[in-house]
Design a protein around this ligand. Structure first.
Ligand SMILES: Cc1cn([C@H]2C[C@H](O)[C@@H](COP(=O)(O)OP(=O)(O)O[C@H]3O[C@@H](C)C(=O)[C@@H](O)[C@H]3O)O2)c(=O)[nH]c1=O
Length: 122
């Protein structure tokens, strides 16, 4: 997998290596050792899935304090323009955002650390 640091510290784009063959494809979608070597320690405790109709905007959503969440987002059907807004008050990029196209085709993943608002317009 290719780990790409975005313009906001702590926000990462991850490109999996996709192995195509006559059956279809295979890819590693998460590998703890590699993930932690590139991004840092994580302890994923919840896995969510949603489906949006065209034109739907989910978010901006954020959690505070002990409820704050880091998120690893990917799209398995269709595409979304995923958006992370930096709400870390001590951050030099406070108020700035990163947006990335996540799609069934590009299989990219977006890692958003704690302290961000998140939205996914489809
Ligand atoms: C967020 C969440 C929702 N739900 C339920 C409650 C609710 O009736 C239903 C739909 O919830 P929401 O309307 O909040 O779903 P949604 O608007 O898709 O919320 C999500 O938006 C994106 C942008 C995020 O970043 C996520 O963390 C989450 O906040 O799902 C859970 O059971 N567990 C959860 O963790």
């Amino acid at each position: 997998m290719n780990y790409i640091q975005t313009e906001i510290e702590g926000v990462w784009l991850i490109e999996p290596k996709v192995f195509l063959d006559e059956r279809g494809y295979f890819m590693e979608s998460f590998k703890k050792e590699e993930f932690e070597a590139n991004i840092g320690p994580v302890n994923f405790v919840q896995d969510n899935e949603s489906k949006s109709a065209f034109g739907v905007l989910r978010g901006l959503h954020y959690q505070q304090g002990e409820h704050s969440q880091a998120k690893l987002v990917r799209v398995i059907q269709g595409e979304v323009l995923d958006v992370a807004v930096d709400l870390r008050q001590s951050s030099p990029t406070f108020g700035k955002y990163v947006s990335v196209l996540l799609s069934e085709a590009n299989k990219r993943q977006f890692f958003i650390p704690r302290g961000f608002a998140h939205a996914l317009p489809s």
